[in-house]
Design a protein around this ligand. Structure first.
Ligand code: UTP
Length: 297
């Protein structure tokens, strides 16, 4: 029987330079989408997919992220005393059980592949998940859950894939497709940030992965790839042709690149509009400013 996937790595050691000056003192993953930090969306998605162990690869200055996962008995008591049961429930839903979270330090930002490699001893010889909290995905069934269900049939290695216009492909890892089976493709090549016009397909890899422990062994051997960083893509690409193979999974849902300012703003609007308590106000405001803009033009 195939191993259940129960461990997830959250690489959060990047510098987040696109959000300076905010990220001078706030980890990007603590930045708030409506009323929850980005990392909470990632944790909720992992839990829905059956993940039991949460491994954060952090770096200097990420203390607020570690504090976020501490229980807050004083605050809980205050809310209880004031009868604010709804807020108490929200707070409790963010609690993590003791012993389920681990923090591993990446001492130098040497790339995503290196960050994942830093967690190798906590993964051991099991398949594992990698979630990039910058990629927030709105979906009826959470993206990782869709992937875990598909992975139960294929095993191997699976990456979340999304169609992108050709002019955007050079910002992503792009799949070279061997066979297209609809929601799933088998992969015969992967290129990290292809030069414009050289992308092998329009299927880009985004921040959800289910990986075989062999990827960690591949990372052991890799020194540096595109951009001088140790790329996770290179280590996954080395799995192509093994008996495990690499699959791309076209998830159902909308992905927001919350590592970019524009993506973050779009996600804020989309998640705001999806909330019963905010929709009407936000909708009126947006319609009002759009109308004013049309008049001004
Ligand atoms: P990004 O490429 O978005 O880099 O990393 P970044 O440092 O977070 O942000 P910018 O580009 O400076 O604004 C993608 C993911 O990989 C992690 C990041 O934390 C983010 O979740 N990462 C990247 C690491 O953990 N370590 C690294 O060395 C690089």
């Amino acid at each position: 029987m195939r191993n259940k996937v129960t461990k997830a790595i959250f690489p959060v050691a990047g510098l987040g330079t696109r959000f300076l000056p905010a990220t001078k003192s706030i980890p990007k993953e603590i930045m708030t989408l409506v009323d929850r930090p980005l990392i909470q969306y990632a944790i909720d998605e992992a839990r829905a997919a059956g993940i039991k162990e949460f491994i954060f690869v952090t770096s200097r200055g990420k203390g607020a992220l570690e504090d976020y996962f501490d229980h807050s008995p004083q605050l809980e008591n205050e809310l209880r005393k004031k009868g604010k049961d709804d807020l108490l429930e929200i707070l409790k839903s963010t609690n993590m059980d003791s012993g389920t979270i681990a923090y591993m330090r990446q001492h130098k930002a040497l790339g995503l592949g290196h960050a994942v490699w830093c967690a190798r001893r906590l993964i051991g010889n099991e398949p594992f998940v990698v979630i990039l909290p910058d990629d927030v995905i709105a979906a009826e069934k959470p993206c990782l859950q869709q992937m875990v269900e598909a992975y139960e049939k294929t095993g191997g290695n699976m990456v979340a894939a999304m169609e992108v216009p050709p002019e955007k492909a050079s910002s992503y890892g792009v799949l070279d497709v061997e066979e297209d089976m609809g929601s799933m493709v088998s992969v015969k090549g992967m290129v990290e940030k292809p030069a414009p016009g050289t992308e092998p397909s329009n299927l880009a890899v985004i921040g959800r992965y289910i990986l075989s422990p062999h990827v960690l062994k591949n990372l052991n051997k890799i020194k540096s790839g595109a951009g001088g960083e140790i790329q996770l893509t290179d280590a996954i690409a080395q799995e192509i042709g093994s008996d495990r193979g690499v699959y791309g999974y076209r998830f159902r849902g909308q992905r927001f690149d919350c590592g970019s300012k524009s993506g973050f703003l779009q996600a804020t609007v989309a998640f705001g509009l999806s909330r019963d308590d905010l929709r009407d106000d936000l909708h009126d405001y947006l319609t009002g400013i759009m109308a004013a803009e049309r008049v001004a033009q």
